[in-house]
Design a binder for this molecule. Structure first.
Ligand SMILES: *Cc1c(COP(=O)(O)O)cnc(C)c1O
Length: 415
């Protein structure tokens, strides 16, 4: 390829930063404006009808379409190398709506047992509504294979599980789902499309909580589902006739948007979409620093006499360290660790000066939380034990502070 033929926006960050102006924007605005409107008016009633009937592109009602949200969806497509994305008010809304739109009573879903706590709770709710759910150790695709039944319609995994950082057998699950014709959903929140692109392992749909790394600043909630074009929905018998358009790789996302988002209504607002779009411009820069700090802190803690165990995929003793090296750009900005019995978990946390005690992750600030006592409290001791959550487990999400300040804060709090 000559230098002239090279796509000038080929790089990950270049494509995000210039995404808006690649479609016409009023006044040459470099950001897609915040379109604070619910409805869209038409001079000609025939045109209004054509838009509603899907015969003409256009905007119908704010619960399903908004130009500012659409601009963010375009960015997400570029980031995940997908064919279509739909945004939601939160990450939970994205996961819930996708499953609600695609599965029915009597269907079976196989999920990783190492899950974000609220997703675990959500899947249990679906199970109470007649969708069978099996939880398996997804770090080994053979465990997923063993749980597959004739009515299995979906496999759901996360990339790096929070808080213990187990890494699913992403490639093995992709091969299995391709062979069996099962929809393969990857929650990419913990890695974000900068560290890992699930299309590389044959995922059908990607879920992202935009609240975390993609927005990054802890100032807006959002979620998204991206269709990657790898799955032929002809193999899936739950698609209603009205959503079976010409391109069968888009039937799933069409049903999620036209039925799921419309019926459930968990739409992303245009103001939040703007915050997320601006945040996404620095995703690669922030996450590179966050991963670097996580690695440095984990190496320090791993050698510290007061620390019993550190869970971070960037450490060579992590069980899936080789998988990270093969699939991910860096090992992520999240880790957890257990203190020796001689150190009180809460005293340690209270001694931290720079690090904030908070439940979020992917923020620009470094955040710490005692897992068993907070986000995993409701599920009870038995389920916590099955997930490997010890009472002294502390989860850390690294921010973008200077790494020397972070190292110093942890060291002073441990002594
Ligand atoms: C936070 C999170 C979610 C849910 O996202 P919200 O935007 O908080 O609703 C889903 N999956 C993972 C892995 C998460 O970390």
């Amino acid at each position: 390829m000559t230098t002239r033929e090279r796509d000038p926006f080929a790089g990950f960050t270049s494509s995000i930063v210039h995404s808006d102006r690649l479609s016409p924007v009023e006044h040459g605005s470099l950001h897609k404006p915040i379109h604070a409107t619910v409805a869209y008016g038409y001079e000609d009633a025939n045109e209004l009808a054509a838009v509603f009937q899907g015969k003409k592109p256009g905007y119908s009602y704010g619960r399903q379409v908004n130009p500012t949200v659409e601009a963010l969806e375009t960015k997400l497509n570029r980031m995940e190398r997908g064919v279509a994305s739909v945004c939601f008010g939160t990450g939970m809304a994205a996961i819930g709506t996708a499953i609600f739109a695609l599965l029915r009573r009597g269907d079976h879903l196989v999920s990783s047992s190492f899950l974000f706590g609220n997703t675990n709770s959500l899947l249990n709710s679906f199970s109470a509504h007649g969708i069978d759910v099996s939880f398996v150790d997804a770090t080994d695709a053979r465990e997923i294979a063993a749980a597959i039944r004739p009515n299995t319609k979906m496999v759901f995994v996360e990339t790096i599980a929070n808080p213990r950082t187990q890494i699913a057998d992403l490639k093995g699950a992709g091969e299995l789902c391709a062979e069996k014709g099962i929809v393969y959903v990857v929650d990419n929140t913990m890695t974000s499309p900068y560290l890992f692109q699930p299309t590389d392992v044959g995922a059908s749909l990607v879920v992202n909580s935009l609240t975390k790394y993609i927005c990054g600043h802890g100032n807006a909630l959002g979620g998204a589902v991206t269709e990657l074009g790898n799955y032929d929905w002809n193999r899936f018998d739950n698609i209603y006739p009205e959503y079976r358009g010409a391109d069968s790789t888009k039937w799933g996302i069409t049903q999620i948007k036209k039925k799921g988002l419309r019926d459930f209504g968990a739409a992303l607002g245009p103001e939040a979409a703007h915050h997320i779009a601006v945040g996404a411009e620095t995703l690669a820069l922030r996450l590179t620093q966050q991963c670097r700090s996580a690695q440095a802190l984990c190496e320090m803690l791993d050698a510290h006499p007061s620390v019993a165990r550190v869970y971070y995929p960037g450490l060579t003793h992590h069980e899936q360290h080789a998988r990270v090296a093969e699939l991910f750009r860096h090992a992520g900005g999240l880790f957890s660790f257990e203190l020796h019995d001689s150190v009180d978990t809460f005293e340690f946390l209270n001694a931290l000066q720079l690090v904030v005690k908070s439940s979020n992750l992917g923020d620009n600030r470094t955040l710490a939380i005692p897992v068993a006592h907070t986000i995993y409290y409701e599920m009870g001791a038995e389920r916590r034990a099955s997930m490997g959550i010890n009472d002294s487990l502390i989860r850390i999400s690294t921010g973008i502070e200077d790494v020397d300040d972070l190292l110093h804060d942890f060291q002073q709090a441990l002594t």
